[in-house]
Write a protein that binds this ligand. Sequence first.
Ligand SMILES: [Zn+2]
Length: 112
Amino acid sequence: MTFSKSKRNTIVEIFNGRCAYCGELSGALHIDHKIPKSKGGTNSLDNLYPACSNCNCFKSDKNIEEFRIKILTQINKFLNTTPYMKIAINSKIIKIKKGDIKFYFEVRNEMV
Ligand SMILES: [Zn+2]
């Protein structure tokens, strides 16, 4: 989907040039439909989020809660299948904090 330069700039500026999901600062953000068009999402500004390439591709046609579950599933799979992660966790090099995945658009106001 192609958006006018003006609409695209407005969407990116709302999020201070960051990916709405991971918060990465990028000059090459995609425009993502928060609610995918395939699931009834529209092209209104409140449904359009800037997304880095990784987040946009990984989110694909998932809605926000499906995307959150997809990330948690991948994290758990990684933690449970990577022997080095068990060593890192047991050695307290890495501390796993249980909780929900929070996207940048959900926490950005707390980060100021
Ligand atoms: Zn991202």
